[in-house]
Write a protein that binds this ligand. Structure first.
Ligand code: HEM
Length: 136
């Protein structure tokens, strides 16, 4: 059976505890009846619903295959204009942003070069200063 096409605008109208839809891999799920039974909690689903696309958070949790099977109970349609290739690029981009941020946070040898040089100069100056000056 062909799935009903649902526009992204329509999805944004269903983000409350009484009426909650989530989009995962381009499929739209009505999880309103599942909110209180969700082992990950109601808030997770509500937050995922208002975020627009819950795919990344759903995958990050690493749901079991039985959880994935349960999803079909809530499937109501597919997102109109969904392009799996584009969605993948967007997700890859966010991974790249995270990687760049992590790289910025890590310290490399160049970060220690200046303090180490200054320390070396200070020690050398101290040793030099301690040497008795030759009698004239
Ligand atoms: C129709 C969609 C969903 C279904 C049917 C579903 C179902 C389940 C099930 C059965 C579990 C128990 C653990 C497992 O079997 O993997 C679970 C756990 C969980 N789910 Fe979902 N889930 C859905 C969507 C989401 C979304 C969009 C999020 C967003 C973050 C989410 C977050 C979590 C979290 C945090 C846990 C707890 C994991 C843990 O404590 O180990 N779920 N979900």
């Amino acid at each position: 059976m062909e799935l009903k096409k649902i526009s992204p605008e329509e999805v944004t109208r269903h983000t409350s505890a009484k009426d909650c839809w989530v989009v995962i891999h381009g499929k739209v799920y009505d999880v309103s009846q599942f909110l209180s039974d969700h082992p990950g909690g109601e808030d997770m689903l509500l937050h995922a619903s208002s975020s627009g696309d819950a795919t990344q958070s759903f995958e990050d949790v690493g749901h079991s295959s039985s959880a994935k099977k349960r999803m079909s109970n809530y499937l109501i349609g597919e997102l109109d204009g969904y392009d799996p290739f584009k969605a993948k690029i967007i997700r890859r981009k966010s991974d790249a942003v995270i990687a760049a941020e992590l790289q910025k946070m890590s310290f490399g040898i160049k970060d220690y070069a200046l303090p180490l040089t200054l320390l070396f100069i200070a020690i050398a100056a101290w040793i030099f200063d301690k040497k008795p000056s030759p009698e004239l």
